[in-house]
Design a protein around this ligand. Structure first.
Ligand code: ATP
Ligand code: MG
Length: 596
């Protein structure tokens, strides 16, 4: 239960709502307790006046009106109780979700590497929902039970202590029984929930992957898998219904037992006209009041098991949430020193292993890049090119060595300011399901970009003509409900998005792989025109696209094996030169094939 202490700060934040909630619960219960007492005295009055028919109707109306008044008051305060406590729980839910979401935004890549998206979603929706069951209904029913119990039992004792004792005897048995039944029910409903979420994931995946399923003719297998899961879900639900069905009869039986005791023992008290020390004379009205009290007590007691399971589940959920909330981001923005990226950036003996892994994917990488220069990185797949880009974007910090500007390591400068100056075009393009315009403006602070600016950037990225071909132009919606772009179109929009940031350091991670060589040439020429305004890092597999770079690094298994200009590397006759020859041959082959 310790984990739930985390929530206490929110109870403090909403203390007035909470305190008023408790107050309203007390008042509502007060009126609730008055009702049976009043009912009982009404019966006794009737008994006395039954032989005076003139007063009869009038008395009934008067008593009825008062009784109704009580129930209206009780209801009114019940309404206020819910309005305060349940509303408070919604506020807490909102705050908690905001806190978790904020933390998600603050956490670094290594966190996202360790946790699956489904898990992140669950904590913010399902787990927060379970915690809300504790701060809302759980709290409300607990307070209600405590207040109700004290008031009702107090009232019962004031009528007859001995009868109270007898009538309350079955209550502990009932509590245990109900606890057992509800914990079985909880276990079963957890299973049902699990199966349900499995079933919906299965269904969702089969819709998302429908093209693959059809192409590989796997419809039957998938359908079979879904029906197996649906069958299990049905069976589990049936079992839950069965246990559920036992619940109400058990309670009704125990209420009956208590009522029987009230009638039997109360009856004896009346017949024998007995009074023990401190007890009033028992009346028929008194017995009726007892029966009503027992019934009123039963439901709160019945909810005990339910409340305890709510608290247990909330505690487990909060613990899962705390795991995330109490985690410190590894890359923190602790400085506000603006970063003089215009002075160039330096890698000094940088080595890097991904979090949770021992193998270094980069070893002793050193290079420099300055404004106006283009640094090209080339190397086999898996050689560490994208990893260098990730380090440049400070998604991770180097394991050893440092990336520095003006001889100060990157963490010395404000992360916010550093990232602000970078334009990253990642290898795996990601565009949001939004309009093309909004995707383009995504990286720009205030989004006040004119259409001309958008057009200019798209022209440089050689994608403007594609956008203009769409009926809605820049307002075309991308993604599931909109247009699906080709791989090359996506890459070029993603380049335009980076250019609109007017970056001081532009990182192009293999982002022209899906466009043909001619288009690539056009884009590179465009970029070259404004190369003086920034430093450019370009990752590529094609030598044709990097031959004009100021400096070229050849990467092999995380190490720099060669570096220099295109001409210098060619004259070295090493790996680069081999790669060049190979690519030339291929191009020639392709050319002759075309001509044939
Ligand atoms: N998030 C990660 N966690 C652990 N290992 C990773 C991660 N990303 C990449 N790696 C590993 O790091 C090595 C370098 O990967 P990287 O993506 O930098 O290669 P690359 O040169 O960009 O390859 P490609 O040309 O295919 O894009 C690979 O062995 C890869 O398996
Ligand atoms: Mg890569």
């Amino acid at each position: 239960m310790k984990s739930l202490r985390y929530i206490n700060k929110y109870f403090v934040k909403y203390k007035w709502r909470f305190l008023f909630g408790i107050l309203f619960t007390v008042v509502s219960n007060y009126f609730g307790v008055q009702m049976p007492a009043f009912f009982s005295s009404a019966i006794d009055q009737f008994q006395e006046q039954i032989n005076q028919p003139t007063n009869y109707l009038w008395l009934a109306l008067e008593l009825g009106a008062i009784y109704m008044g009580f129930s209206l008051l009780k209801g009114f305060f019940l309404f206020l109780m819910r309005q305060t406590i349940i509303v408070m729980s919604r506020y807490i839910e909102f705050d908690l979700k905001k806190e978790i979401y904020g933390q998600y935004q603050a956490l670094d890549q290594s966190f996202y590497k360790q946790n699956a998206t489904g898990d992140l979603m669950n904590r913010i929706s399902e787990d927060v929902g379970l915690v809300r069951m504790y701060t809302g209904p759980g709290m409300m029913y607990t307070i209600n039970l405590a207040v109700g119990f004290i008031l009702i039992v107090g009232k019962m004792i004031s009528i007859s202590p001995s009868l109270t004792l007898f009538v309350l005897l079955p209550l502990p048995i009932m509590s245990i029984l109900i606890y057992k039944v509800s914990s079985t029910m909880n276990k079963m409903s957890l299973e049902v929930q699990k199966e349900q979420s499995y079933l919906s994931t299965l269904a969702q995946e089969s819709f998302a992957g429908i093209r693959i399923i059809k192409a590989y003719q796997r419809e039957e297998q998938i359908t079979e898998k879904v029906s197996e899961s649906a069958e299990r879900y049905k069976k589990q639900s049936m079992r839950l219904v069965l246990v559920n069905a036992f619940f109400s009869p058990t309670i009704v039986f125990l209420i009956g037992l208590s009522s029987m005791i009230a009638i039997y023992y109360g009856g004896l008290l009346i017949i024998e006209n007995k009074t023990t020390v401190g007890e009033k004379k028992m009346t028929v009205g008194g017995i009726v009041a007892f029966i009503m009290y027992v019934t009123n007590l039963t439901w709160p007691f019945a909810s005990l098991g339910w409340i305890s399971s709510i608290i247990q589940r909330a505690a487990a959920s909060q613990q899962r949430i705390n795991e995330f909330l109490l985690r410190k981001p590894q890359i923190e923005d602790l400085s506000n020193v603006p970063c003089p990226l215009e002075n160039g950036l330096q890698f000094d003996n940088v080595s890097f292993a991904y979090p949770g892994s021992d193998t270094s994917v980069l070893q002793n990488i050193s290079f420099e890049i300055h404004r106006g220069q283009t640094l090209a990185i080339i190397g086999a797949t898996g050689s560490g090119k994208s990893t260098i880009c990730s380090l440049l974007a400070r998604h991770f910090d180097p394991t050893t060595g440092q990336i520095s500007i003006d001889s100060k390591a990157l963490p010395y400068y404000s992360l916010q300011n550093y990232r602000h100056k970078i334009g990253l075009v990642p290898q795996d393009v990601f565009l949001f399901s939004d309009t093309i315009a909004d995707n383009l403006k995504f990286g720009v602070e205030h989004k006040e970009l004119s259409t001309e600016e958008l057009e200019a950037a798209c022209k440089k990225a050689h994608v403007l003509h594609n956008i203009q071909d769409f009926q809605d132009g820049f307002q075309t919606i991308l993604g599931e409900r909109g247009v699906n772009l080709s791989g090359g179109q996506k890459q070029r929009i993603s380049i335009a998005r980076a250019l609109l940031r007017k970056p001081e350091l532009l990182i192009l991670d293999d982002c022209l792989s899906a466009v043909d060589t001619e288009t690539e040439e056009i884009i590179l020429d465009e970029l070259q025109k404004e190369a003086a305004t920034r430093a450019t890092i370009i990752v590529s597999h094609r030598i044709s696209s990097i031959r004009n770079a100021t400096n070229i690094i050849v990467l092999d298994q995380g190490r720099i094996i060669e570096s220099g200009t295109h001409e210098a590397l060619l004259s070295q006759k090493g790996a680069y030169s081999d790669m060049y020859q190979f690519q030339l041959e291929q191009e020639k082959d392709a050319q002759t094939k075309k001509e044939d």
